[in-house]
Write a protein that binds this ligand. Structure first.
Ligand SMILES: Cc1ncc(COP(=O)(O)O)c(C=O)c1O
Length: 385
């Protein structure tokens, strides 16, 4: 019998959550209201009491965070070539210039040691993306940003539930953005959030996410800045509250699956695996990405993915090099500028990982990878760090 298809990501929504969302739908108030306030309070509690405001996506959150920092035409923003299109797009959308730095080949986090050389008089902010399994070094990041007087927008789309020295991501630092897309550690269907530093910033986010509208004392409204329309509806916020309650359980299950991947993943020739966690439970695992040893394979990445697909195993690519996208190249970037980013972009494959999987699903993926590589490669061993 052919086993059921295995998605590479999938949300877990239980009947209680669906019923709770139904209650909101029946309540007559379905757009932003009391449930948004409650969701923001719950997220704030998760982030050590810092203010949190929710939006319709992490992409909206990054755009609003850049606007909150006053970043626009003439400004430069340092980011990493190995991330999702959101960071490039939003930097360009607000009128600023992206300045790309390479990443570490294994952690995929921005190489902080290379950032200082790219800071110039027009640099306003650093926007690093945290990768599952190993966060950007926050001590080094904030020492650098403090030294040069730069804002930081941590793209934490992939890592809600990860910890830095015992504190959850979002509980420290400058601006931190989360995603609640269905592929992430928890979902609101679509949705995102910004963690900020004080009530004034939180109010400014409220204005920026809702048309830029400010209320005057006489009851009329005004706009001084063309704000977006990024308010999260209550139905989504209600789902988010239920998901946040289940987040610890989701993360424990994901960690168990990742441990299984590390225990079982032996391919021949060798794939580069993510960094194996050393602190047991400090990191959340949104994705498990490998690097194929293409130079020792007789098939392409597409063939490899098709071979897994033929066995009912879905895979993804996380991510294409931002500086080599058509938009990125507009800023003068070429192949060869960011070697690690490019190697990842060319050879990465995202394997299935979600809270609905069981250990046997991981075994199935590992067996399939080993089999396909054994047929189409030459000898070697898996490498981890
Ligand atoms: C690293 C990263 N940042 C930002 C985003 C944007 O998230 P959203 O879909 O909520 O806009 C994504 C989405 O996949 C992502 O992977």
């Amino acid at each position: 019998m052919t086993p059921a298809p295995l998605k590479f990501a999938s949300p877990l929504l239980d009947e209680a959550t669906i019923a709770a969302a139904g209650d909101v739908l029946r309540s007559g108030h379905i757009t932003s209201g009391i449930w948004v306030e409650r969701f923001e309070a719950a997220l704030s509690a998760h982030c050590g009491g810092r203010p949190v405001r929710v939006l319709t996506s992490a992409t909206a959150a990054v755009e609003v965070a850049l606007q909150l920092c006053g970043i626009g035409p003439g400004d430069e923003v340092i980011t990493c070539g190995q991330s999702f299109f959101t960071v490039l797009n939003m930097i360009v959308k607000v009128g600023a210039t992206p300045v790309f730095v390479d990443c570490d080949l294994v952690t995929r986090n921005v190489e902080l040691g290379r950032v200082a050389a790219r800071i110039g008089p027009r640099t306003r902010a650093i926007v690093p993306t945290h990768w599952p399994g190993s966060l950007v070094d926050l001590d080094a990041l904030y020492a650098l940003a403090g030294h040069y007087g730069l804002r930081v927008i941590e793209d934490a789309a992939l890592v809600i539930g990860s910890h830095w020295q015992g504190r959850p991501v979002g509980a420290l630092g400058d601006l931190v953005t989360f995603s609640f897309h269905p592929n992430k550690n928890m979902t609101t269907i679509e949705g995102g959030a910004i963690v900020c530093s004080d009530a004034e910033e939180a109010h400014r986010i409220e204005v920026l996410r809702f048309h830029g509208i400010e209320r005057r004392d006489d009851g009329t409204r005004d706009v001084a800045f063309p704000g977006g329309k990024f308010n999260l509806p209550d139905v989504n916020a209600r789902i988010g509250i239920a998901q946040l309650e289940r987040l610890p359980g989701f993360l424990t299950h994901r960690r168990m699956l990742v441990e299984r991947y590390f225990d079982r993943f032996v391919t021949n020739p060798a794939c580069v695996l993510p960094p194996r966690p050393v602190d047991g439970d400090g990191q959340s695992w949104n994705m498990f990405c490998i690097l194929l040893p293409l130079e020792r394979m007789t098939i392409s990445r597409k063939d490899f993915r098709d071979a897994l697909g033929a066995r009912g195993i879905a895979t993804g690519i996380s991510y294409e090099a931002l500086h080599l996208s058509t938009l990125g190249r507009r800023f003068g970037y070429h192949r060869g500028d960011l070697p690690n980013t490019e190697r990842i972009s060319d050879s990465t494959v995202t394997l299935p990982l979600h809270a609905g999987m069981n250990p046997e699903d991981v075994d199935r993926v590992c067996d399939a990878c080993a089999d396909v590589l054994a047929r189409h490669g030459s000898p070697g061993n898996s490498t981890t760090r």
